[in-house]
Design a protein around this ligand. Structure first.
Ligand code: PEP
Ligand code: MN
Length: 340
């Protein structure tokens, strides 16, 4: 980090900061400019640099402390020059082929889930989604079938050969979801449930980490770092829209996060156009835009009968619309040198 001193800092002030740095075991590189003195802290350790920076900020001669190193390490693009490829069944996130995850928002019944899985497979999706534990805003809304839902997903997976991603809301659910599913989904409301992040981080199954609806990219990457630093490096990031002043859409799909993340991290990035749009008609154009912007995949909600859905019916694609979207995506994927 670099410590910028106030313009009126004296030699005594410089000495004060240098002594503080030395007390932390750091070296100090003093650069006296015409207007300002800058002090470079040499050997700052990542695990304490933020605390030390906050303490230095309280010294009267200090104007600003500029951190140099990123907070995250394992998920940083600087960690490896290769992009991570994360396998779930036949699907490889971060490969040449765009991965499409499809399925219902919520497992409502055996018939509904098996039918949705069949359509997902028919359209070319390679991972099946479906919620058994549902994070609902209102406590009286349908909360999902829980363990029974996981059994139904396992049956749908068996019938179609598609691996399953499903949300885990609580650290106590991790062993059960680990047993029944192929990939953990961490929902937007849980992105900063640090105990949960550590728990899935100790598992050997890949994690789909959705962006918190009010999270910055930095916070999101630090959430991924919780998982990776716990031992599990198989994290796929999912942009699902953020809260803004706009109310027409359910969330504002921040497609700019895709190129930013490509610079910041080696992890694959997919997009959830369904929860961003909140309305089925807007899902196809957002899907195309996401792939055009470089996303490694999509997660799309479909329902055999959206008019009977117990959750997120307005945004669910019918089988017909989903199959059409998959056809529309193919030439785009080809145009940008990828496959579907
Ligand atoms: C979901 O995928 O059904 C879901 C609840 O998504 P999010 O956490 O992004 O709201
Ligand atoms: Mn949903």
């Amino acid at each position: 980090m670099i410590i910028v001193l106030k313009p009126d800092a004296t030699e005594q002030d410089i000495q004060l900061v240098v002594e503080r740095l030395e007390a932390h075991g750091y070296g100090a590189d003093v650069s006296r400019g015409e207007e300002r003195t800058l002090i470079g802290a040499i050997g700052a350790r990542p695990e304490e640099k933020r605390r030390v920076a906050d303490q230095l900020m309280r010294l009267p001669p200090v104007d600003e402390v500029v951190p140099i190193l990123k907070d995250y390490k394992w998920v940083s693009a600087e960690y490896t020059t290769e992009r991570s490829q994360i396998r779930v069944g036949e699907a490889v996130f971060g490969g040449e082929k765009i991965v499409v995850i499809a399925g219902p928002c919520t497992v409502e019944s055996r018939e509904q889930t098996l039918e949705a899985a069949r359509v997902a497979k028919q359209g070319g999706a390679t991972v099946l989604r479906g919620g058994a534990f549902k994070p609902r805003t209102r406590p009286y809304d349908f909360q999902g079938l829980g363990e029974e839902g996981l059994e139904i997903l396992a049956e749908a997976s068996e019938a179609t050969g598609l691996p399953v991603v499903t949300e885990v809301m609580d650290a106590r659910q991790v062993p059960l979801v680990h047993e029944k599913a192929d990939m953990f989904q961490i929902g937007t409301r849980s992105m900063q449930n640090f105990d949960l992040l550590r728990e899935v981080g100790q598992s050997d199954k890949p994690v789909l980490l959705k962006r918190g609806m009010s999270a910055t990219i930095e916070e999101w990457l630090n959430a991924a770092e919780y998982v990776a630093s716990s031992g599990n490096h198989n994290v796929v990031l999912c942009e699902r829209g953020i809260r803004t002043f706009e109310t027409k859409t359910r969330a504002t799909l921040d497609l700019s996060s895709i190129p930013v993340l490509k610079d910041e991290t080696h992890l694959p990035v997919i997009v959830d156009p369904s929860h961003a749009a909140g309305f089925f008609k807007w899902v196809p154009p957002l899907s195309l835009a996401a792939i055009g912007a470089g996303a490694d995949g999509l997660i799309i909600e479909i329902h055999p009968h959206p008019d009977r859905a117990l959750c997120d019916g307005p945004q669910a694609l019918t089988p017909r619309r989903f199959l059409r979207l998959m056809q529309e995506l193919a030439p785009l994927a080809q145009a940008i040198g990828r496959k579907l």
